[in-house]
Write a protein that binds this ligand. Structure first.
Ligand code: ADP
Length: 235
């Protein structure tokens, strides 16, 4: 039997005196799956994502990713965990405009200690694979939103992550650029990349994942094939 890449067991997280942002959430994701986490604003999606990324700890329950007990990591270990095993893509790209596109993409490998030449070679390879190599020497500010998101995806793939986390990756893009990023995620998953996509966009979930987990008020309410999710689920 394949061991899960992600295993959440009865994970709860509450901020201050508020209601639980996540309540006894359990979830298993296998390597190679693409899963959408769908739910309205305030439902607990970011909380879940932060727990997977080791950016936050649950109050109770366990979070295991790629064999690592993420809920038990200290700050330094969690930074290493993210760098080595997680690629993250955000709505607003978070690229460094002082660096060229190639240097942005190479940065995670440089931070992980890869020699400059090797990091540059791998960055060039990724830029080519993602069809943005002609922009390698440009600064991100000169690119369109869709191109910037491609650069951000290249950066996220730099250290060959076990898990790609995408947080509303098309939220700041026009329709055509959004579809392009959606196709890119679909392709990466077809090549074997495990993807967790956090979104409130059902069309996006349907186009690039087969499985959709719906979350409402911090609880996982549905876990369904993406194509069978009803539109109300996103609200
Ligand atoms: P989503 O990503 O689906 O919009 P969140 O995970 O951000 O949802 O939020 C879930 C709940 O937790 C909301 O009620 C939100 O107000 C609360 N929350 C999230 N982050 C914090 C925080 N840092 N401090 C206090 N409350 C928070």
């Amino acid at each position: 039997m394949t061991s899960p890449l992600i295993e959440l067991r009865e994970v709860s997280r509450r901020y201050d005196d508020g209601p639980p942002a996540l309540h006894e959430a359990s979830l298993t994701v296998l390597p190679g799956e693409a899963v959408a986490i769908l739910g309205p604003s305030g439902s607990g999606k970011s909380t879940l994502l932060n727990l997977l990324a080791g950016l936050d700890r649950p109050d109770t329950g366990t979070v295991t990713v790629d064999g690592v007990r993420v809920d038990q990591l200290g700050e330094a270990a969690s930074a290493l965990y993210r760098r080595a095993r997680i690629g993250m893509v955000f709505q607003f790209f978070h690229l460094l405009d002082d660096l060229t596109v190639a240097d942005n993409v190479a940065l995670p490998a440089r931070l992980a200690g890869l020699p400059r030449g090797e990091a540059a070679r791998r960055a060039a390879e990724l830029l080519q694979r993602l069809g943005i190599d002609r922009h390698a020497r440009a600064h991100p500010g000169r690119l369109s939103g869709g191109q910037r998101q491609r650069v951000a995806v290249a950066r996220a793939l730099m250290n060959r992550p076990a898990l790609l986390l995408a947080d509303e990756p098309t939220g700041a893009l026009d329709t055509a650029a959004g579809q392009d990023v959606s196709r890119l995620l679909t392709e990466l998953n077809a090549e074997g990349q495990t993807v967790v996509l956090v979104t409130h966009d059902l069309a996006l979930a349907r186009s690039c994942t087969r499985r959709t987990i719906r979350i409402a008020d911090g609880r996982i309410t549905h876990d369904l094939p993406s194509r069978s999710v009803a539109p109300e689920a996103a609200r």
